[in-house]
Design a binder for this molecule. Structure first.
Ligand code: PXP
Length: 251
């Protein structure tokens, strides 16, 4: 089995809670430091166009203060590219963004948007950002990610996680197989494979058994769990679930 999986902790929803009251607490950057202390291999934050959770000042502080890699999730807009060029995060993950959506729905349309994406990926690479494309686990977008020169893809796990949560066993199995096939295909093309969206203890454990995956990015579930068990314990438990899944231990 492949090496230990990396865990990226997404702290967006600490900012969601902060913004509900409009003040400064809880501080997402404090959560990021705590996550690093608890064993996160990196921190992910998504600066959305509407600034609904993470704000510019949060990104500035994360870029300046973090001792582990920062993964800057962003839409491929001129504004965000310019910010990444200035802040120089370790990684930039390009995601689709629609104002009206509640969260990132579906992967980036890399095939339809290849002409716009190609120069933007080049700009991010020139700024020394490791570029990742958040895409559906299908051959066409994965092959296009390779053609566009992206060193990393993050496969969208949302459809699978929803099917699991809704108890749709046949759909969940089909979606799991789609992710496993997609991950193997991307790895064969020499692309580093990440996964994210909707993962929890059980889904992270199961997906960790697919050897092509190198990194999981997990946010909403961990921040929700932190209300009950604390962030440190939630990160410890997901880390354990990922390690068990990777080493073939049953849950
Ligand atoms: N990866 C990407 C690219 C995402 O857009 C998100 C959601 O912001 C996540 C991972 C984390 O998803 P969740 O918050 O559901 O764990």
């Amino acid at each position: 089995m492949a090496e230990r999986l990396r865990l990226g902790v997404n702290i967006d929803h600490v900012a969601t809670v902060r913004n509900a009251r409009g003040g400064t607490l809880p501080d997402p950057v404090r959560a990021a430091h705590l996550a690093v202390a608890a064993g996160a291999d990196g921190i992910t934050a998504h600066l959305r166009e509407d600034r609904r959770h993470i704000r510019d000042a949060d990104m500035e502080r994360l870029a300046a203060e973090l001792t582990r890699p920062l993964n800057f999730e962003m839409a491929a807009t001129d504004e965000m590219i310019a910010l990444a060029e200035r802040l120089k995060p370790h990684a930039a993950c390009l995601v689709p963004e629609k104002r009206e959506e509640r969260t990132t729905e579906g992967g980036l349309d890399v095939v339809g948007q290849k002409a716009e994406l190609r120069p933007r990926i080049a700009l991010l690479k020139a700024a020394s950002c490791r570029v990742s494309l958040f895409i559906e686990p299908d051959e066409a977008p994965i092959a296009m990610a390779a053609e566009l020169g992206a060193p990393v893809v993050e496969l969208h796990t949302g459809t699978w996680c929803h099917a699991v949560a809704d108890g749709l066993a046949a759909k969940a199995e089909a979606e799991f197989q789609r992710l496993a096939r997609g991950a193997a295909f991307a790895a064969k093309l020499g692309i580093e494979v990440h996964a994210g969206h909707g993962l929890d203890y059980d889904t992270a454990r199961k997906l960790a058994a697919v050897p092509a995956f190198v990194e999981f990015n997990i946010g909403h579930f961990l921040i929700g769990e932190a209300i009950f068990v604390g962030l440190e314990a939630a990160i410890g438990r997901i880390r354990q679930a990922m390690d068990e899944g990777r080493s073939g231990l049953p849950g």
